[in-house]
Design a protein around this ligand. Structure first.
Ligand code: GLN
Length: 367
């Protein structure tokens, strides 16, 4: 009977959805009903407060190992666009928790229902009604491990204890685009829009795996700048990328870090990172541009942050909500990074000037 639609006269009656639960590591339980694939799954439970963007969030590799609870009360209402609009070619979240799942999407670009997509990609989805209570709980007690359970129990799993970057990074070097400058994109789980944003600015982009030795004698390409991408998990576990970035800094190669890339730049330059009590995940995080009165509304998805800035770096942006660091710049050289996502396009593109600013510096450094 499962998944079958039973016709009864003119009404299509779907079978009553299967029950499941979200169990947090401290024993707190949220009962719910399934709308995705019915498989028990463990991860870190995080919440996103954005009103839109579930296709982009689900396919953002930075969410690997995380069960995402969305606070916006209706999810699924605009369906799923075709894969050209995703941030990667598959779903990366370990599970999805919503308040109200809408199974009748209405949007010109929708190609399928969210629930059908989750089923196809074998990702569980649970409708728990009170995602507000869940969010308030995580905000009070800090982010937690948890699991979506149907019949079979599974052990808790801590994604911050494993090197997830290794799992989601590209496996080989890829060369794209035309232009005078060549930018190396270190792919730690890069959102596609980072590359789209660079290619749109007429530069060559060479994408390399997270552990690629850019400075090995046998390397057959030269480059003018480096972009370090976003990515999942604890930045301290991506040691090979940190080593590459250290060499790049010694050689004074213009470098832009985005999200995980910001954290890796900080670690490579002698700073430190820490885990936030609960992360920033939404499209409305206010960031103050230092030494100005400007505030940018930014898109974010991170659970770690830069706590100690490296020597000779100055804060560039600060989060207006909690005062945490949101970006830094070297006082002399072209090393810069942002904790938010300049490539994100939840509608407005308020911070994509970061790419123009970086490429201006790459150009300047080449003269
Ligand atoms: N989007 C990202 O790059 C996230 C970076 C890191 N995994 C964090 O959670 O802080």
């Amino acid at each position: 009977m499962k998944d079958q639609v039973v016709s009864e006269g003119i009404l299509n009656i779907k079978p009553y959805p299967r029950r499941g639960k979200l169990l947090l590591e401290d024993g707190t339980t949220f009962e719910g009903t399934s709308f995705g694939y019915e498989k028990s799954m463990a991860g870190e439970v995080v919440f996103g407060t954005g009103m839109v963007g579930y296709p982009e969030s689900l396919t953002d590799a930075s969410f690997a190992g995380q069960i995402l609870a969305m606070t916006y009360p209706i999810i699924g209402n605009y369906g799923v666009p075709d894969s050209s609009r995703w941030e990667d070619d598959k779903i990366h979240v370990a599970g999805l928790i919503v308040s109200h799942y809408i199974d009748t999407p209405s949007h010109a670009q929708s190609t399928m229902e969210l629930g059908a997509w989750l089923k196809r990609e074998k990702i569980p989805g649970l409708q728990v009604k009170d995602t507000r209570l869940l969010t308030q709980y995580i905000r009070t007690h800090g982010s937690m491990l948890g699991k979506i359970i149907f019949e079979r129990d599974v052990p808790f799993y801590d994604p911050n204890a494993v090197n997830l970057v290794e799992q989601v990074s590209v496996k080989q070097v890829l060369r794209e685009g035309q232009g005078e400058q060549t930018i190396v994109l270190i792919d730690c789980g890069a959102k596609r829009n980072i590359k789209r944003s660079l290619l749109a600015r007429n530069v060559r982009v060479i994408t390399v795996p997270w552990d690629w030795d850019l400075f090995a004698p046998g390397n057959d390409f030269t480059f003018d700048g480096i972009v370090i991408s976003n990515g999942p998990g604890n930045p301290k576990l991506a040691q090979k990328t940190i080593k590459t970035v250290k060499t790049a800094l010694e050689r004074k190669i213009p470098t832009l870090g985005i999200c995980l890339g910001h954290q890796l730049l900080a670690l490579a330059a002698g700073g430190d990172t820490y885990k936030l009590k609960f992360g920033h995940r939404s499209q409305n995080q206010p960031c103050l541009l230092q030494d100005s009165k400007r505030c940018f509304i930014t898109t974010q998805n991170h659970g770690f942050a830069v706590g100690v800035l490296p020597p000779d770096f100055a804060p560039w942006f600060v989060n207006a909500n909690d005062g945490s660091n949101e970006g830094m710049r070297h006082v002399r050289d072209s090393f810069l990074s942002v904790q938010f996502h300049p490539e994100a396009t939840p509608g407005p593109v308020d911070t994509d000037w970061i790419f123009d600013y970086f490429l201006e510096q790459v150009k300047g450094a080449g003269n």
